[in-house]
Design a protein around this ligand. Structure first.
Ligand code: SAH
Ligand code: MG
Length: 222
């Protein structure tokens, strides 16, 4: 499958270049599909926000912030900015310069803010700094697009599924990153704990697959 089910719209070249240059974990083809999913979702559910769980330094935030701008909406970007388990010292995806020396913990928020500022997307992106389940507990607005790219362990992936998938608006899209059906390609929790349960529930059907990005349309109430 490709991104045929998404809005066939191009990104502004300067914004696309900013996204490709930004720090983080989002290949260009998957990012473009994410932008197109955001535009498709914003058109399908006008006025509803886009929301991402897992912002890191703002790379996916550019793609989705650009989509929000295109459809006259906003992106709500949820992250505690302390990094996932796999971003901590000693793990595979650790970047030492992201540690705040004063508190001795990661802090990606300043990098996130610079990324969105330089891309000219600050007016279209609202950062919410907090842990995913804590924010979810006080979040009730249905979202046109929900992008889940937070912690990729069994527990955080299960929690994100439970917390956020019910908040996709009817007719909206659920996008999931790092979905690897073949264990040889990467860690399985986003596939087993988010993607499969979302399809099994019967509420969502797949509309696009690009790299490890999967986009599902949710056609019934949670
Ligand atoms: N979308 C990003 C990559 C996200 S990396 C990009 O395009 O580059 C995963 C992010 O999820 C990290 O920034 C981490 O801080 C965040 N995260 C992990 N578990 C979380 C939790 N429980 N609550 C909030 N954020 C979390
Ligand atoms: Mg990811």
């Amino acid at each position: 499958m490709t991104d045929d089910g998404l809005a066939q719209v191009e990104m502004e070249p300067t914004v696309r270049a900013a996204a490709e240059a930004a720090r983080g974990f989002m290949p260009p083809d998957e990012g473009l599909a994410l932008f197109r999913a955001g535009v498709a979702a914003g058109r399908a559910v006008p006025g509803a926000p886009l929301l991402e769980v897992g912002s890191y330094c703002g790379k996916s935030g550019i793609y989705l912030g650009a989509a929000a701008k295109e459809v006259g909406s906003v992106l709500v970007a949820v992250d505690h900015h302390r990094g996932s388990e796999e971003n901590q010292p000693g793990w595979e995806w650790h970047e030492p310069d992201l540690v705040d020396p004063e508190v001795g913990r990661m802090d990606t928020l300043p990098f996130f803010r610079r990324t969105l500022f330089h891309a000219g997307l600050e007016p279209f992106v609202v950062a919410v700094v907090g842990s995913s389940p804590t924010v979810s507990a006080v979040w009730s607005t249905p979202c046109a697009l929900m992008f889940i790219d937070g912690g990729h362990g069994e527990e955080p992936a299960s929690v994100d599924f439970e917390c956020w998938t019910p908040k996709v608006a009817v007719g909206g899209l659920l996008a999931i990153h790092d979905v690897f059906p073949d264990p040889a390609d990467g860690g399985r929790p986003p596939y087993v704990r988010i993607y499969l349960p979302a399809l099994e529930g019967g509420r969502c059907t797949e509309v696009a697959a690009v790299g490890s990005l999967r986009v599902l349309r949710c056609t019934a109430a949670a």
